[in-house]
Design a protein around this ligand. Structure first.
Ligand SMILES: [Zn+2]
Length: 508
């Protein structure tokens, strides 16, 4: 592609052709004949630039819509201008020819550090428990190397905002160290009970283990609260900790009330696994005669933002509570790993119930675009099977619903109307995805580019920006040395593999 055009091509010709084509509008003579600054192959040096994309999902009159030939001006931490066509001036440009510009994608449920230590090991049905016990036992420097590898993956796939349930306070501290280095937007918390204490409480055979856990759980809640208060609002508001109880069946009324009180102090809400299976629902029925979401509601957990992950065991009562309070269901289609043994999750049911529904990462795949695809593909398969078998009329999830769930729907659930949309005054959290090239597009940007996401993966993401900071530029991580992040992540995870080998874990 050249910056110099034959004289016979008018500006209007270019606009017409670029509407459905890959012809760049950028760096060309304008109708006014003004000279254009040259494009550079480097990210802008300051937070003052224009992203020029073939298409963009912008937020206008209270709804998202796709526009063509989009120019989005970023200054400091926010979006200051949006236009179809070129924004004049000599400001720096980010070239997104052939690409779709979206708001930065929001994962409503991550356990960032657990991705690479479990991926590729658990798909045959082994438990992730031992790998994550070894992860938790690593010294901080090695834990940070694994956290960095996984957070880099999230950025690589356009996921700029993480509603992050680190598996312990120690892992939440690691997440925050990495997030602060790279201008990541995080809503982190350490899971309580943390992974070192969780399993005997969760998999108990009688409730005496739950009663005995209260003092240590209270101490964990307080330690998490103190850390969260210390970093709340850090990095110009990028870090906003939530309280993250593991689930309803690993808490008592007293510990959950302490979680809710801490969340109110922080002001960022609660993020938990919710109605993860029939077993959890049986526990809250047995102890309180309530569904999991009803029990949380009775304690006041829905007074602020609320994210509930999985909901595989949800009943109508749980969906009703979520809908009434604007809670967000974080649907995680790769939870349990690729081809997971726990089956599909109730995405069509959540949409049918009118609940705010996000696509979340969970643990093993940090490729947000792949998870968007899986949500739609598995959701449609689930709806068709259930409708055929039971006569229900569940909706077939669409890619538009998945993208909206990843953007403004999740932002609304966070009570952050300045996130998840491309609008003047919104925070400059953006990503661009090549929707025109080989395997994803047709050599040109098509008339309905959201559909091309169903053929994309995280590797099609080209530019990623959070709060105006460019983190990925032309497919390369620019906030750090990508090769070094991968090498250090490998060294740390090899220690886990070596220990598993010495324990005979792979022979199990
Ligand atoms: Zn989870």
């Amino acid at each position: 592609m050249t910056d110099h055009l034959p004289d016979s091509l008018s500006r209007r010709d270019l606009l017409a052709r670029s509407a459905f084509g890959a012809l760049p509008l950028l760096g060309l003579p304008t109708a006014h004949g003004e000279a254009q600054p040259p494009r550079t192959a480097r990210p802008p040096r300051t937070r003052d630039y224009v992203v020029e994309a073939a298409a963009a999902l912008v937020y206008r009159n209270g709804a998202p819509q796709v526009i063509e030939n989009a120019s989005v001006r970023v200054r400091d931490n926010e979006i200051v201008e949006i236009r179809e066509g070129r924004i004049a001036g000599t400001v720096a440009r980010i070239n997104a020819t052939g690409q779709l510009l979206l708001p930065g994608l929001i994962s409503g449920h991550t356990h960032a550090a657990s991705g690479s230590p479990t991926r590729g090991l658990i798909e045959g049905g082994r438990s992730y428990q031992r790998p994550i016990e070894l992860l938790e036992a690593l010294p901080d420097d090695l834990l940070d190397d694994i956290t960095a590898y996984n957070v880099a993956e999230l950025l690589r796939s356009g996921c700029t905002t993480h509603v992050e349930m680190s598996l312990s306070l120690k892992q939440a501290q690691s997440y925050v160290r990495v997030a602060r280095r790279w201008h990541v937007r995080g809503f982190p918390g350490g899971m309580v009970p943390g992974t070192a204490r969780l399993f005997p409480i969760w998999r108990r055979t009688n409730d005496s283990a739950l009663a005995a856990s209260v003092p240590d759980t209270m101490a964990e809640i307080e330690a998490n609260r103190v850390f969260a208060m210390a970093v709340n609002g850090a990095e110009d508001g990028l870090i906003r900790p939530m309280m993250t109880p593991h689930a309803t069946d690993t808490h008592t009324p007293d510990t959950m009330r302490a979680v809710i009180a801490a969340a109110r102090t922080l002001g960022n809400g609660i993020h938990t696994h919710l109605a993860q299976g029939a077993g959890e629902a049986r526990v809250t029925q047995r102890l309180y005669q309530l569904a999991p979401a009803q029990w949380l509601e009775s304690l006041g957990a829905f007074d602020g933002p609320f994210f509930g992950a999985h909901m595989t065991g949800a009943t109508a009562a749980d969906w009703d509570v979520m809908k009434r309070h604007g809670g967000v269901y974080a649907h995680c289609p790769s939870g349990g790993g690729a081809g997971n043994s726990s089956g599909s999750q109730p995405y069509p049911e959540a949409l049918a119930a009118g609940v705010r529904t996000n696509v979340g990462i969970d643990t093993h795949s940090n490729d947000y675009i792949e998870n968007l695809k899986l949500a739609v593909i598995c959701g449609r398969a689930r709806a068709r099977l259930l409708n055929g078998a039971t006569g229900s009329t569940l909706p077939l999830p669409s890619v538009q619903q998945a993208v909206y769930g990843a953007t403004h729907v999740a932002a609304d659930g966070l009570r952050r109307p300045d996130l998840g949309r491309i609008a003047v005054g919104a925070k400059a959290d953006l990503c661009t995805i090549d929707v025109s090239g080989l395997l994803v597009g047709s050599g040109a940007v098509g008339p309905e580019p959201l559909n091309n996401l169903l053929y994309a993966s995280g590797l099609a993401v080209r530019h990623v920006i959070t709060q105006g900071y460019v983190q990925l530029f032309d497919g390369q991580l620019v906030v750090d040395n990508e090769a070094r992040i991968a090498a250090r992540g490998a060294d740390a995870v090899r220690q886990i593999w070596a220990q598993l080998t010495s324990e005979g874990w792979f022979k199990g």
